[in-house]
Design a binder for this molecule. Structure first.
Ligand SMILES: [Zn+2]
Length: 204
């Protein structure tokens, strides 16, 4: 279903808004109406914000999270964080959630996805190779796999676990408090903090 106004610019805006996650025809119609009434200055701010995310944001060469820094991000640059502990997350947005739990004071590593044979996502699509490179310097004592408790999360955890086999590194995975099929995006920070504290040994 779609709402047609027969005003090409407006219909085009609704068409674009409908592509957004969670936005159906009714919300797209409502949002378009709201946008239409915005003053030019607000539209300009929105236009600028959209442009900025494309032109200013890069991947940190250390942990692969999003940053606007020229070199390392603020987390990699921090001198108060442990250097021997790496928390592996799927997406940059997971870091903000982990930080909000207040329980983790080590380094991060963003995979930018999970292995998914069904969608042809293989290890080359993720930052697994740089993760292994970090480990070869011998500084790392523990890897925490903070991955979703779903099939892709399991496949990825197993794959990384196997790569780390026979190395003198403790591998653990968030466990308690995350139901199977649970996406860590939807878990409150307290549960996430508890899951981190109760992480289980994942050495294969
Ligand atoms: Zn970084």
């Amino acid at each position: 279903m779609t709402y047609k106004h027969h005003v090409p610019s407006l219909d085009r805006l609704i068409h674009e808004l409908k592509k957004w996650p969670g936005v159906g025809p009714r919300s797209a119609n409502r949002w378009a109406n709201w946008l239409l009434k915005l003053p030019e200055a607000e539209i300009q701010k929105l236009r600028q914000a959209l442009e900025d995310i494309k032109t200013n944001i890069k991947r940190c060469p250390g942990c692969f999270t999003l940053t606007e820094e020229e070199t390392l991000c603020y987390l990699c640059n921090s001198t108060s964080r442990r250097k021997d502990l790496i928390c592996v997350v799927e997406e940059p947005f997971d870091i903000a959630r982990m930080e909000a739990s207040g329980k983790f004071k080590g380094q991060y590593h963003v995979l930018h996805g999970t292995l998914s044979p069904l969608n042809n996502i293989n290890p080359d699509h993720l930052t697994i190779e740089p993760l292994m490179k970090k480990i070869t310097n011998g500084q790392i004592k523990e890897i925490i796999l903070a991955l979703d408790a779903d099939m892709e999360g399991d496949i990825t955890a197993l794959y990384i676990g196997k790569l780390l086999k026979d190395r003198d590194i403790k591998v653990s995975r968030l466990a308690h408090g995350i139901p199977f099929g649970g996406n860590i995006d939807y878990i409150d920070e307290q549960t996430l903090g508890r899951a981190l504290e109760n992480r289980v040994d994942f050495s294969i």
